[in-house]
Design a protein around this ligand. Structure first.
Ligand SMILES: Nc1nc2c(c(=O)[nH]1)N[C@H]1C(S)=C(S)[C@@H](COP(=O)(O)O)O[C@H]1N2
Ligand SMILES: [Mo]
Length: 222
């Protein structure tokens, strides 16, 4: 599933994946309410945490600076294939945002540094027919969002959290951050960003999780 050349630690946790699929089937944690993100900072059914939990499929890739590569491709005017130093040379911005995970935790006021989605869009210039953005990670994980969800001021490719490099367990050296969607849309260990006219539901989307994933609409499953 993943890049042959990348060392992995841990094993894919099949039992955990099955359990999360069961949650989707059973509609676990659903409150049946919605909220207005302008008024309610905390989405329905969420609980605040202080520590930042680690969640993934159980197998973490060791993406060294040497092995890092980011491809941006698909229906764009200019494709990119960047080494880490080339990525770091792109315009960098800081941003503070909240995180909301479908397993019910939310964490406020995370300070990030990285390349904004909008800066990337300016460089690659998707063609007018592009509707979807597909993320592929070094562990083989995939997830999908719409172009209008990607084209937001708070969407970033981040490499720092609270002034420190993002740790390997949280998806370093570079991960996606799409703070106004459930966190499974924010691919860790980002390897490829693909702009496309057709949607490609990713790892959790084909296992019962919602394609759109808006926490205020409680789009956990679907
Ligand atoms: N590459 C990759 N990205 C991933 C995942 C994964 O398994 N692999 N899990 C997703 C899920 S389900 C969540 S909740 C968040 C968790 O990010 P964190 O471990 O930094 O909290 O990462 C998302 N991105
Ligand atoms: Mo998750």
């Amino acid at each position: 599933m993943a890049d042959d050349d990348i060392e992995m630690t841990g094993k894919v946790r099949d039992k955990l994946i099955e359990r999360k699929q069961d949650w989707a089937r059973d509609g676990r944690l659903l409150t049946g309410t919605t909220a207005d993100p302008e008024k309610d900072r905390l989405p329905p059914g969420q609980r605040l945490v202080k520590e930042w939990p680690v969640l993934d499929l159980g197998q973490q890739p060791l993406v060294t600076d040497q092995k890092f590569r980011l491809d941006v491709d698909g229906a764009v005017e200019s494709r990119l294939s960047l080494r880490l130093d080339e990525f770091m040379a792109l315009p960098q911005t800081e941003s503070v945002s909240d995180m909301h995970c479908v397993t019910q935790w939310s964490r406020y006021d995370n300070r990030w540094k990285g390349v904004s989605a909008r800066a990337l869009l300016e460089i690659v210039k998707p063609r007018s027919e592009v509707n979807h953005v597909i993320f592929t990670a070094f562990d083989g994980y995939t997830t999908n969002i719409r172009l209008d969800q990607f084209d937001q001021p708070d969407v970033f490719l981040v490499h720092q959290w609270e002034g420190e490099p993002i740790t390997r367990e949280h998806g370093g050296p570079v991960r996606m951050l799409v703070p106004r969607l459930y966190l499974w849309k924010s691919a860790k260990w980002i390897r490829r960003i693909h702009f496309t006219i057709s949607d490609h539901p990713g790892f959790w989307e084909v296992r019962g999780y919602h394609n759109n994933a808006d926490p205020w609409l409680e789009e956990r499953y679907g």
